[in-house]
Design a protein around this ligand. Sequence first.
Ligand SMILES: Nc1ncnc2c1ncn2[C@@H]1O[C@H](COP(=O)(O)OP(=O)(O)O)[C@@H](O)[C@H]1O
Ligand SMILES: [Mg+2]
Length: 392
Amino acid sequence: MNDRTITERVTFHEAIATMEVDFSCLTFADAAQVDAAYDDIERRLAETGRRWYFLVIYTDCVIVPEAWERFAERGKNANIGHGLGSVRVGATAQTRDAIRESAGRDFFRANIYDTRDQAMLALGEMRKRRRDTQSAAEDIFLRVQNVSLRFGGVKAITGVSFEIKRGEITSIIGPNGAGKSSMLNVINGVYHPQEGTITFLGNVRHQMRPHEAALQGIARTFQNIALFKGMSVLDNIMTGRNLKMKANILQQAFWLGPAQREELEHRRKVEEIIDFLEIQHIRKTPVGRLPYGLQKRVDLARALAMEPQLLLLDEPMAGMNVEEKQDMCRFILDLNDQFGTTVLLIEHDMGVVMDLSDFVVVLDHGEKIADGTADEVRADPLVISAYLGASH
Ligand SMILES: Nc1ncnc2c1ncn2[C@@H]1O[C@H](COP(=O)(O)OP(=O)(O)O)[C@@H](O)[C@H]1O
Ligand SMILES: [Mg+2]
């Protein structure tokens, strides 16, 4: 190929998060040469364990037509795996067309510049844009944007948008069938809306599976309790820790080293939650034998065991007597206070909603008809008529 190895042609500019690759005066005569070069580049990238902007110098670089396809494919893969964005210098019109054509995307921008200085300027702009959008996104804890969800002909949710601030308690209220549970299921990745996006902790997503939501820190309780009725309270709560368990099965089976330390850490966390929810006295009791109110509390404990950033509660007080409701209210306020957990709950009891909520979202027939503080929505004529049934 040439005197310098590819490794010598790669430079990492830490300060500007940029990997520079100098392909100048190189000839890629076939796919094997492309692979050899990109294997080296990918290895170097992988060693850094992070993503980089790519600055690629193509001055007097020749890629023969038979090698184009592989060249574009490898470049694209490097981008997907390790890239933040690419700028290119000095590519001939032929090389540019090859890069464009093979990228296989209509909106692909080749970002080709005549000089290295121009490319560096463009790279600076690129970094700035990313910083701006990132910091804007990071300020958002949870944003639901224009979400619509249909089941066949049934419109469960239509064009709903709202935001939840970190550390706040938000309630969703609305008549039966308003789309409240569906909204929770969209947020935790169980339902995939046909339209709209969810932004959680700076990540925008269109679709997400429930376990991914859990890994990102979203936990929920269910309208109909989903506990293992034959298992003890303690074991049920431990299931909430499963996602957090890292030690492998073999280590766990032999109770070795990391697994042992991990298990002890899990038990400590679970005991803390048991204390917090005041259920020490029933820790060994099979869940099926507990009264309904306590089962709800165990379900909450299981969700808390996941140490969620966002806790979704679907009618946590449904079917409870006044005393149980008061307990549950206190626990929600306390966990929000002590653990800083952000809470989104569905609740029918307006008294409870008034007591708990920093912010209220009102749904009716799948549409948002109001949002604001509890006092604001309570005074809203649309809300009043929805609750009195006037609009039905
Ligand atoms: N899995 C589903 N399949 C079909 N229709 C559904 C499903 N889940 C909810 N729906 C429908 O979507 C609408 C909203 O339901 P839901 O979100 O459960 O309301 P809410 O929790 O406010 O009572 C209802 O018309 C309901 O029948
Ligand atoms: Mg519901």
